[in-house]
Design a protein around this ligand. Structure first.
Ligand SMILES: *Cc1c(COP(=O)(O)O)cnc(C)c1O
Length: 419
């Protein structure tokens, strides 16, 4: 069963201080998870996680992760600016972007970030934009076709279609690109790939690692490039549904180590460092959206109207994504009512749950919508004039801290031009 990381009593106290809706984050959970990840890859001395800022772009969260030894993975101008402001410097910043505007390359270079190129044509674009090719450079690989993992022990299959995705160099372009970059002054190379999202399998990273490790050996042999690091990127998933098994990061780290020892070590490449750019795995389970039931409606279906809407959490509306819901104080009550739990947007997709069996919900009940710590608040928007919510941190000592205030109407009007 999925359990919230706060009790009803705690949450009522927090909600008395910060009006619902708000996103709540669990510092203890974030730190423990970051330590488990670090331990899983401790066999690779220079291993580093570059947290994907887009998942949860909040200074307090980034600072916690920095204290746990993480860097950041940025993909836009403001993410670079945010990381800079949070104290990340040079090698702590990865810049993995696509369709990159010139000003973003300029800032990335100025900050000394490691630039991960998305396309062959970006080699010349980068040279023309910043006037040189950095000595350390990375390229994103897209193997094309379909990426498939057979059913894992847990019975889940992983399938994605890199051939349909806009990212990365083809294999041929990667070989050409490394040669070209070398002649332009690059000395240290990285390889990056992101083949599947939200994978629930301990086999994804090891399978991806084997592909990239073999590629690294071939690239070195054919181009003479000095491959310094391999970036497994994001994609390790979390169980959004209560019946799904969680990934075991220790098993994943061990699987990657086996591939490393089978492929890189015998090729004389046992000094290659690894990095990851996890977002969802780092934060997803350690955040929730707290909302209150404010209406109940009985028509052709039973509706519970809450004070949050898709503008606070978009995943259910755009992907039909499942997010578990706990009705606080009714954890042990029978789930004998079928509800659509809905927000107030003038869009019928604004539903956090459809035909969900839940305990009887009364107006005023606090609802916890689980696993919103990554790609939750950050995907928010202002449709229907809805304002972005606050973000609150539950600290390790049980106290809370406001880490982002809620938007006000003044914020909403601040970009409008009234003539
Ligand atoms: C989104 C993204 C990530 C993080 O993905 P998760 O699924 O949150 O782990 C990492 N790297 C890049 C380049 C991304 O675009």
């Amino acid at each position: 069963m999925k359990k919230p990381f706060v009790t009803k009593r705690q949450l009522e106290e927090i909600a008395a201080q910060y009006p619902t809706p708000f996103h709540l984050y669990d510092e203890k959970g974030i730190r423990e998870n970051a330590r488990r990840l670090k331990a899983a890859f401790a066999w690779n001395p220079d291993y580093k996680e570059y947290f994907a800022v887009k998942a949860t772009p909040n200074p307090a969260i980034l600072k916690i992760l920095r204290e746990e030894g993480c860097g950041v993975d940025c993909s836009s101008l403001t993410e670079l600016m945010l990381s800079d402001q949070c104290g990340f410097t040079g090698g702590e910043i990865m810049f993995s972007s696509n369709e990159t505007p010139a000003e973003e390359f300029e800032l990335a270079a100025k900050l000394g970030a490691t630039i991960n190129l998305d396309d062959f044509t970006h080699i010349d674009f980068l040279q023309q934009t910043i006037g040189y090719i950095p000595e350390t450079i990375s390229c994103r690989f897209n193997p094309g076709g379909v990426f498939q993992l057979g059913a894992s022990k847990e019975g889940f299959q992983v399938m994605d279609t890199p051939g349909d995705s806009k990212y990365g160099f083809t294999r041929e372009q990667l070989f050409e690109g490394f040669k070209k970059l070398k002649t332009m002054g690059a000395k240290r190379f990285g390889i990056h790939a992101f083949l599947a999202s939200n994978t629930l399998s301990n086999d994804y990273y090891p399978a991806l690692a084997a592909i990239l490790f073999k590629l690294a050996v071939e690239l070195r042999d054919e181009t003479g490039a000095d491959v310094k690091f391999i970036n497994l990127s994001g994609g390790v998933g979390i169980p959004y549904r209560p019946d799904q098994p969680a990934n075991d990061i220790a098993v994943i780290g061990e699987g990657v180590r086996r591939a490393y020892e089978e492929i890189l070590v015998p090729a004389g490449m046992g000094d290659v460092s690894l990095c990851t750019e996890l977002g969802r795995f780092m934060l997803g389970p350690y955040g929730c959206l707290v909302t209150r039931a404010i209406h109940e409606k009985h028509t052709y279906k039973e509706y519970i109207g809450v004070d949050a809407c898709a503008a606070n959490l978009m995943r259910p509306a755009i992907y039909g994504a499942y997010h578990h819901i706990t009705v606080m104080g009714k954890e042990d009550a029978p789930c004998d009512h079928k509800y659509d739990v809905v927000g107030s947007l003038c869009e019928n997709c604004d539903k956090f749950a459809v035909d969900r069996m839940l305990p009887k919900i009364d107006r005023g009940d606090l609802l916890v919508i689980h696993d919103t710590g990554a790609h939750g608040f950050s995907m928010g928007y202002n449709y229907n004039g809805k304002l972005r919510s606050a973000e609150v941190l539950l600290r390790e000592d049980g106290s809370t801290k406001l880490i982002r205030r809620a938007e006000t109407p003044e914020d909403y009007f601040s970009t409008m031009i009234f003539d």
